[in-house]
Design a protein around this ligand. Sequence first.
Ligand code: NAD
Ligand code: DAU
Length: 381
Amino acid sequence: MKNLLITGGCGFIGSNFIRYLLKEPSFSGRIVNVDKLTYAGNLESLEDIATEFGKKRGVKERYIFKKGDICNLTEMEQIFKEYEIDSVCHFAAESHVDRSIASPEVFIDTNIKGTFNLLECARRQYAKLEYAEAEEGCSRKNRKEFILFHHISTDEVYGTLGPTGYFTENTPYSPNSPYSASKASSDHLVRAYHETYGLPVTISNCSNNYGPFQFPEKLIPLMILNAIDGKELPIYGDGKNIRDWLYVRDHCTAIWLIMQRGKRGRTYNIGGGYEIENRAIVDKICSIVDQSGRAPRGFVSSNELIRFVKDRPGHDFRYAIDCTRLKNELGWEPQESFDTGISKTVKWYLENMQWVERIKSGEYRNWIESHYQNQISASHT
Ligand code: NAD
Ligand code: DAU
């Protein structure tokens, strides 16, 4: 993989992946990061990486940022051509379930149409190379190859579980939100391009991630920042919904393993194997915040700020991942336990308040105000 296109590299997982991969000895190629810089994309998350791996005299440039919209086919074609893209790792998406309930259309555009555009670019690149091989009789070894389209997806495509059982790669798709339905649709397109055109693809369906650089609309960073600010901690419904949490760096190691050694055309589930109720997560966060001396003034513990608010419509009860395939075939194991990962995460937010403050400007404030205003007033503890 000499010229790897990463889409959505300025978001939470994409920026962690770029940081991980450029320091990984088994990758010596160049990354082209294409991101539209929506509210969730932040160039600041990769400032140090751009300095270290970007254009510098006398040093091979290994990181390039291009502002671009995956919904714009012409723009994407131009990028494939200009940078001779031979592989793709596709993160770009609208990713927040609550936003998909409030305004679904952009999820359809970015997650479905955007993925389709990238697949078309990859297919053309792949087909062109096949024709060139046939016409010129050049050996497979000598021609430039299109190596891989890796699609980042979610466990939410499988729908919801009751108190027992796990999602395997054979669980039928049953998405319940506009977000998960749009991701399911994009997964089907990627699979179909493999079956129909022979495009080399892999797909990964991962559980909930947490860690540095996550946008504070998601549960964990929202609760950390509200707790230290002395703001209410809104838990949907009765707080008994369960998610399976994975530290973001462990997701990155799994993605890179799959990209290198995963069977083409195959899906791999990724999960942390750590299931916990939302209420219990918030309690853990509060106790770490309290222990670090950041309980808000006037409160014995920050968990006094917990409020149970109106539930999310169509709220999936439980996600739990069976990632036996990934472990058995590729030997992946997560390195971080939830207790160490969550402590590192709280510490990261406390030490990076500048990054946080810049994010908490206009658009973020508008979302928080409009999404939570009715819920908080209807709350009880
Ligand atoms: P994020 O919202 O933090 O980042 C998304 C990035 O995509 C942003 O940088 C944004 O600017 C960019 N983007 C959005 N629309 C774009 C467009 N039209 N063109 C180009 N760039 C665009 O998301 P995340 O949490 O980092 O998730 C990344 C991927 O991983 C998504 O595909 C998501 O479905 C998947 N995923 C996320 C989780 C999780 O827990 N966060 C778990 C499993 C899978
Ligand atoms: O499972 C993978 C998915 O995890 C990814 O595909 C999504 O991109 C990612 O956003 C995440 O989806 P969730 O909906 O599970 O994450 P979120 O952080 O929004 O919510 C986690 C749980 O916490 C969920 O049960 C809803 C609840 N919640 C969330 C918020 C924002 C609350 O109780 N209060 C809140 O304010």
